[in-house]
Structure formats: C-alpha cells, structure tokens
Design a protein around this ligand. Structure first.
Ligand code: ASP
Length: 458
C-alpha cells in the first residue's frame, strides 16, 4: 500500500491503512501532512514492518528486564496476537492447499514437487543435526558437570510417538475432527485428496473450487491485516520472556545457548545462503531480507505452524513464489521440516552425554542423525515440541532422561532460535522448488521495494 503525500513516497502497512482510514481519517491526515516531519507517530507509520518488529523486540527486552516477573501482565497482549495468528492456520492451510492442488496442471507435477520437497526437507535436516553435533563437540557445554544419572526421573518424561505411529496418524479417520482439532498433517492429507478429487470431476468441481479460491483470497487478506499487528504482539511476548527468565537463565547453560545459537546462525546464513546461491543461482541477501518478517514472528512465537501465515506472505509477496507452490510446500514444511529442532537435539544430546560423563561412539552419532531426521517428521510446529522429541533421541542412544529436565529450564530461549531456523528452512526449500519448477517470479524476488512491505504484490 503506498501513496504520494506532500510529494513524498509513503508506504503504509495494512494496519495503519485500515485503522487510520476507517477510524480517524482526520487524525491520520494531520499526522501524515503535518509540516513537522519529525512527528514520532509519522516516523512509526512510515517504518517498514520488519524494522518495527526489531524495535519492538529491543524495547520488549528492556521493559521485560525492568518489570521482571511483573512483565507477565503484558503477556495477554502477546497471547492475543498469537490467537489471531492461530485463528488463520486451519482455514488458510485448508483453503490454500485445495486451491494449490486444483491449480496443479496434472498429478505428476504434484508428485514430483512432493518428492523434491521431502528429499530437500529431510536432507537439510540431516545436515542441521550434523552441525548441531559439531557445535556440541566444539563448545562441550556439559564438560566437567559430573552429574550422576537417577533412573527414577526417566518415568516423568512424556513418550514420543514411534515412526510407525507417526505414519499411521497421517490419514484422518474423521476429517471434520482433524479440522476442529487443528491436526495440520491430517488436514494436509485430506486437503490433498479433496483437491485432487475436485480437479478430477471437471466441470462439476468448478463451483466448489471457486468457493475455496474466494475463501483463500480472503484468508490472504486477513493475514496481511493480522501481520501488521506483529510489532505490538512481539513486544509483549519478548517482555514476558525477558521478565520471566531474566538474565540468569543464561547462567550455567550459557554454553548450550551459545552452541545452539551459533549453530542456528551458521545453518541459516552459511548453509542456506550457500544453497540458495549454488542450487538456485539466487541472491542470498535478497532471500534473507525477504524472510526477515517471518523469522521475527517465528523467533518470538516459537511456533512454525503459527508462523505459517507470515511464511506464506513472505514467499508470495517478497520472494515471488507462485501460490501453487507455496501453498503446498510451505504447510508441508511447517509440519515435517524441523532443521532447527534437529540441530538443537544434536547439541543437547552431546550436552547430556558430557554432563553425565558418557562417551558416545561413531555409531551413536550416526543413530542420532537418523533418529532426529525421522523424528522431525513427527514434531509438531508448536512451542516445546522439540523437547518432547529430544526424549526419543536420548532414549535411542541410552542417555539419561534427566537431561530433559535440565534443558527444559532454558527451552523457550532455544525454541525461539530453532523455530526461526525451521521457518527459514521451509522458505529456502520452497524458493528452490519454485525456481526449479519455473514458478519463481524473479522480478519480485530481486525487487528491493517489495522486501519490507507486507502488502506489496498482495
Ligand atoms: N517450536 C518448534 C516449531 O514450532 C518445534 C520445536 O519445539 O522444536 O517449529
């Protein structure tokens, strides 16, 4: 959304536009046309969304540290933002997947894209956990802790589902149940079946397809509006995290945090950056700029499923990925692709082994890589899911479950970083697939003016 005001090019985000035009147009006119170009509100209105989010995060940390535990009073504002995002997930995924499926020219295209997506998602996850193991080895965060395992604690850990259970749970016995309970993997499977069937019945399917297309468009618009509220939600959530955990959360576990964070940064900026350049022939700088809003939402909400609306907006509006690809590959990625989670599990497995003085063999390392890669398929894109799956990894290589309790104290801080990686990975694979399928609008991808604007090309 943009306008020329007083000879200046101004772009509003959706919130500013809707708020100021519908509620207080004269106030908006006053702010936007006032001769005092230094008016703080005017600066805020003109600021790109990602800049607002970064300012909100910094302010949130400061306010959280000042308020301490009282920062919990701000949490409802963050919860409200998260709820508005969650509100979008089921209808957005369902409608956009059906539209995506019916817009595929033939089912072989679908199968080819699906296979490409799964191979890339699992391949990058295996690399992520290897980086995690390397970080755990290099930083040795648990060295010298000399903890002693107590088998009783093993009882308290919630069991992770087996691979067979994960696969069996893909098909919903009751699709309405899957929709109402928000089981994304089952919703994806049902939407794919429904989309293919609608496409197969030809003319008879057209009215229903038109309804889903209209609903999907409405959901994209609603996403823009909700995304413009991000700075306020992000501020409240960060203030709560900083106030609740304070700086002491970093205490003894500072090395675990460092190892995970450095691993995540390497994975995003080195591995994804190189891959997007080498496999896609695309500019990594443009890619990182385009995904920055989605990364910020992922970091603060710790939910890749919750970030899906922002990821879809980033892929379509900023990276130029066509809806046919993004509406299929991104929900799949938000559900099965967990690079950051795998990386974190690599660091934590080594941390626990070091803390309890247990030596791991090469075979153990290999087992961790395979288990974490497969476990990522069954990891839900919600806060804390990775911690539950960590129990699967620890038990597979015979490491003590107390490790879970130790890591749990700082899990939120780790969850934030790993979720940002998960979402970046989804977007990287989606961009690569779009490029390989000739479904990437490189004009949008390379256009610097679309980078920070949630409503550009919408
Ligand atoms: N919170 C992560 C996500 O939503 C999953 C995890 O806990 O690792 O991607």
């Amino acid at each position: 959304m943009s306008a020329i005001i007083n000879g200046n090019y101004v772009d509003f985000d959706a919130f500013n536009y809707y708020f100021f035009t519908s509620a207080t147009s004269s106030f908006r006119d006053y702010i936007m046309t006032t001769s005092t170009s230094t008016h703080p509100l005017r600066h805020w209105i003109n600021l790109a969304l990602w800049k607002k989010i970064i300012i909100a995060m910094a302010l949130g940390v400061i306010v959280g540290l000042i308020l301490g535990k009282d920062a919990v009073w701000l949490k409802p504002i963050g919860d409200l933002f998260v709820s508005t995002i969650k509100m979008l997930i089921v209808p957005l995924v369902f409608c956009s997947l059906i539209v995506g499926t019916t817009s595929m020219k033939d089912s072989t295209t679908m199968g080819r894209i699906g296979i490409k997506a799964i191979v890339l998602y699992l391949g990058t996850t295996a690399i992520a956990i290897s980086i995690g193991l390397a970080m755990g080895h290099f930083f040795a965060p648990g060295a010298g802790m000399n903890l002693v395992a107590d088998p009783i604690n093993a009882e308290t850990v919630k069991e992770a589902p087996t691979l067979v259970q994960t696969i069996l749970a893909l098909v919903p016995a009751n699709p309405v149940n899957a929709l109402s309970s928000g089981n994304i993997l089952q919703i994806i499977v049902f939407a794919l079946f429904l989309g293919v069937s609608l496409a197969l019945i030809g003319d008879k399917g057209k009215p229903a397809i038109a309804v889903f297309e209209s609903l999907a468009e409405a959901m994209y618009k609603l996403t823009e509006i909700v995304m413009s509220l991000a700075p306020y939600g992000v501020f409240a959530l960060i203030a709560w995290v900083a106030g609740t955990y304070g700086l002491e959360i970093l205490g003894n576990l500072v090395w675990v945090v460092l190892a995970v964070y450095i691993g995540c940064l390497l994975h995003i900026y080195f591995f994804y950056g190189t891959t997007i350049r080498v496999l896609g022939g695309l500019s990594p700088a443009r890619f990182f700029k385009g995904i920055s809003n989605a990364q910020a939402i992922a970091y603060t909400t710790s939910s890749s499923a919750g970030t899906l609306p922002a990821s879809l907006a980033a892929a379509q509006n900023q990276l130029g990925v066509k809806k046919g690809i993004s509406s299929f590959v991104l929900p799949l990625g938000a559900t099965i692709n967990m690079d950051g989670t795998a990386l974190y599990q690599g660091v934590c497995a080594l941390f626990v082994a070091q803390a309890f003085g247990i030596d791991l063999s090469m075979a153990d390392y290999f087992t961790i890589i395979i288990t974490a890669t497969l476990a990522s398929i069954g990891t839900a894109g919600v806060p804390g899911a990775g911690l539950i799956m960590l129990s699967l990894i620890l038990s597979t290589v015979g490491l003590p479950m107390e490790g879970i309790a130790i890591v749990a104290g700082i899990d939120r801080v780790l969850d934030m970083a790993r979720t940002a990686v998960n979402v970046s990975g989804d977007l990287m694979v989606t961009t690569l697939i779009a490029k390989s399928e000739d479904q990437l609008d490189e004009e949008i991808y390379n256009d610097p003016t679309t980078a920070n604007n949630p409503v550009a090309n919408g």
